[in-house]
Design a protein around this ligand. Structure first.
Ligand code: PLP
Length: 344
């Protein structure tokens, strides 16, 4: 019922390679690959990638403690955001609900899919407007977007409030945990099995340091994960991304995440002491939102010093705000010095 009618009869893409070689060319009994019009004179990347990313999914399943059948891998989590609209929303008819301000792709993908997105402002102190979000939904609302820790505000929402949304909403709740590795709590992945209407998004672009490779993760019930497999392009994760992610996921990221968290605390404290900064908002992500009386001039001054941050001062709910990513200790020191020397 929840799924778009044209998606209901589709099946995931599959070829003879799936049947005879488990989708993985390396190590297979098949030696002669004459089925996919590839160039035979090269070795490795001449072959199409495994469309089901079996090896990588096995590794992610082991790492996260989630069954492989519950995992979808996207060309960045941005792909999963777009596909969620394509799976659940009939263009021009269905709608989605999100908080505001939040990550911009929920809006971009809504517009390109011709889906109405109803944005509900965050409450005082960037709190989650649970009742208003539920009130904004109607029988045509298929998706509810929630980003926690939220971009650009940086705060994570209390687990109990997210649970109330999951219990009170009939459609799918997409919980974007792109920044969960920098947060204090574990997020909802460990509790995925409790909520059939929950999709958790994570990404290799932040803590895992692979933004350039484009690898996003979606976790859901098995039937919902299968819906993503039906609508994706067959070879959405290229060979380099699959191979490199396999290597990278075996590393221990805890040390690097801890470093970023401690740099975040140091930068927050230093910026809070700068004359031009009115407020540094609490953050559980790898960035800080700061409010300043003259955001445009501070932004230009930083650019003049060769430092680029994100000017969020014109988006609703973020008047006066710049979003600053936590950098290396050297980058952070340059940022702090420039901000401290700025006179409004
Ligand atoms: N979700 C949030 C909340 C983000 O802030 C971002 C990127 O900034 C993304 C998703 C995109 O991630 P990916 O690089 O996996 O497409």
């Amino acid at each position: 019922e929840l799924v778009r009618p044209n998606i209901r009869a589709l099946r995931p893409y599959s070829t003879a390679r799936d049947e005879y070689a488990g989708g993985e060319c390396a190590g297979s009994a098949v030696q002669t690959w004459l089925d996919a019009n590839e160039n035979p004179f090269e070795n490795g990347i001449n072959r199409y990638p495994d469309p089901h990313q079996r090896r990588l999914k096995r590794q992610i399943a082991a790492l996260k403690g989630i069954g492989e059948e519950r995992i979808f891998l996207g060309n960045g989590s941005d792909e999963a955001i777009d596909l969620a609209y394509r799976i659940f929303c009939v263009p021009g008819r269905d709608n989605a609900v999100s908080i505001s301000p939040t990550y911009g792709m929920y809006r971009v993908a809504a517009d390109t899919n011709d889906v109405e997105l109803r944005e509900v402002p965050l409450g005082e102190g960037f709190s989650l407007p649970v009742e208003a979000l539920l009130a904004a939904a109607d029988e045509r609302t298929k998706l509810l977007w929630l980003c926690s820790p939220n971009n650009p505000t940086g705060n994570a929402f209390p687990e109990g409030e997210i649970e109330r949304l999951l219990a009170g909403f009939d459609g799918m709740v997409v919980l974007d945990e792109a920044y969960i590795d920098f947060a204090d709590g574990p997020g909802f992945l460990p509790r995925l099995a409790e909520f059939p209407n929950l999709i958790v998004l994570q990404t290799c672009s932040k803590a895992w340091g692979m933004a350039g490779l484009r690898l996003g993760l979606a976790f859901a019930s098995e039937p919902v994960a299968e819906l993503f497999a039906r609508v994706k392009y067959p070879y959405n994760i290229n060979t380099l991304a699959q191979e490199a992610a396999s290597e990278r996921l075996a590393w221990d990221i805890a040390g690097q995440t801890a470093l970023i968290r401690s740099e975040r605390a140091a930068v927050a404290e230093a910026l809070a002491g700068a004359a031009c900064i009115e407020r540094v908002y609490p953050s559980e992500a790898n960035f800080l939102l700061v409010r300043t009386p003259d955001p445009d001039r501070l932004y230009d001054t930083l650019i003049g010093a060769g430092i680029i941050v994100r000017n969020r001062s014109r988006i609703p709910g973020c008047a006066g705000c710049l979003r600053i990513t936590v950098g290396t200790p050297g980058e952070n020191a340059r940022l702090i010095e420039t901000v401290k020397n700025f006179r409004p």
